[in-house]
Design a protein around this ligand. Structure first.
Ligand SMILES: [Zn+2]
Length: 140
């Protein structure tokens, strides 16, 4: 939705009108469907004031903030993992199994990469894993 301030060339009154987009305004104007709210004149022009676009800019700003918030949470989580877990890279499935089946290593916490298939297999063996998106440090 877009809000235009329209001005009547006959009575000089300014009023607000909503359109689904700027094209709709042009279309209605061409067909002379636009009329003054005060004197019913068809001589309506868009004022040069910047149109208000409903939600659009606020929404985007909120979105960006939300994404930033999520990313910073993921970064915190990543830091926690790095500080407390041992990185095993692509060997994750193998390492997870050896921890699971070797009681001596029971308390070792690991993290690494695993395919969906590997995660499924681990799950079937009763090995609990947690998945989360890993964000690269270079990402903003
Ligand atoms: Zn008018």
């Amino acid at each position: 939705m877009i809000k235009y301030k329209l001005i009547c060339k006959d009575c000089n009154n300014i009023f607000d009108s909503w359109f689904s987009n700027s094209k709709e305004y042009e279309k209605l104007k061409k067909r002379k469907y636009l009329n003054c709210h005060f004197c019913d004149s068809k001589k309506i022009e868009k004022t040069l004031m910047a149109p208000n676009v409903l939600n659009s800019s606020d929404f985007k700003k909120n979105d960006v903030n939300k994404i930033k918030e999520i990313k910073s949470k993921l970064r915190e989580f990543k830091k926690f993992i790095k500080d407390n877990f041992q990185y095993v890279g692509d060997n994750f499935a193998h390492e997870a199994r050896s921890i699971h089946y070797d009681l001596k290593k029971k308390n070792k916490a690991i993290y690494g990469k695993a395919s969906r298939k590997e995660i499924e297999e681990l799950k079937q063996e009763g090995i609990k894993t947690e998945e989360f998106p890993w964000i690269e440090d270079k990402e903003n």
